[in-house]
Design a protein around this ligand. Structure first.
Ligand code: FE2
Length: 241
């Protein structure tokens, strides 16, 4: 199973604090049945540069690999970890020249965290440019979080008319209000992938197994496997940019 959204790298954002916590998160992911974790530390263009971010991520990734090897040497099952980023939307993003360095390792997939506001034409144009000019595959992360903010749904509809992939947080299937929104989003028939968006072992734990079960209860027993296939196919696409 693939967890497509996880703040599992240590000491880089508001997720895992240190390699110990990363180890705990990895063990929990393995217990949940996850064998690939896409690590998605936050990237904010107004706080850091791509080079600084990539350097910091590399350090955090190396610590994660050390922890993984130590766990493997103790005979524990540990998921593989791929490098990625949760890139927060910024004006002019559609023409930013380093986006291809922030994609999921080995792919053209860009995980975009949309702005928490009413979306407008400018936002649509930027997302369109990322898909059409930059030829990146945009994954809209935890799309359910934005639904209520779109009082006017025109831009929302237009963005969902682009060739985007929707990532839903598994925790959202576990709460009644969020679940209703997820169902509405699933009604668009777009490709959907799942992620836990785990941050720690306290309030935001890995929860893919529980989330998948709730997803199956809502959308039918085959729904989680369909999302899994979509995720696996995305990872298999070759990087072209
Ligand atoms: Fe996140």
């Amino acid at each position: 199973m693939i967890d497509f959204h996880a703040h599992i790298l240590p000491g880089i954002d508001d997720g895992s604090r240190d390699p110990e916590e990363t180890g705990d998160l990895l063990r929990e992911e393995a217990e949940q049945g996850v064998d690939i974790v896409i690590s998605t530390p936050h990237f904010y263009a107004d706080h850091t540069s791509p080079d600084r971010f990539l350097e910091k991520r590399e350090r955090a990734y190396r610590k994660t690999e050390e922890k993984r090897q130590e766990m493997i040497s103790r005979g524990l099952a540990v998921p593989a970890v791929k490098k990625a980023a949760e890139v927060y939307y910024f004006p002019g993003m559609g023409r930013a020249d380093r986006l291809c360095d922030l994609t999921v390792e080995g792919t053209d997939i860009l995980m975009v965290e949309m702005p928490f506001c009413q979306w407008d034409r400018d936002i649509y144009e930027n997302i369109r440019e990322i898909t059409e000019r930059q030829r990146l595959k945009v994954v809209l992360v935890h799309l359910e979080r934005y639904y209520r903010l779109q009082k006017k749904k025109q831009t929302w509809e237009e963005i969902l008319g682009l060739p985007v992939v929707v990532q839903l947080n598994t925790g959202s299937f576990l709460s009644w209000g969020e679940k209703r929104i997820c169902k509405k989003i699933l009604g668009y028939g777009l490709p959907v992938i799942l992620g836990s968006d785990c941050h720690n072992m306290r309030s935001r734990k890995p929860n893919l197994r529980q989330g998948r079960a709730a997803f199956a209860g809502m959308m039918g027993p085959d729904a989680p496997d369909r999302a899994e296939r979509t995720a696996a196919e995305l990872l298999e696409e070759r990087k072209l940019t």
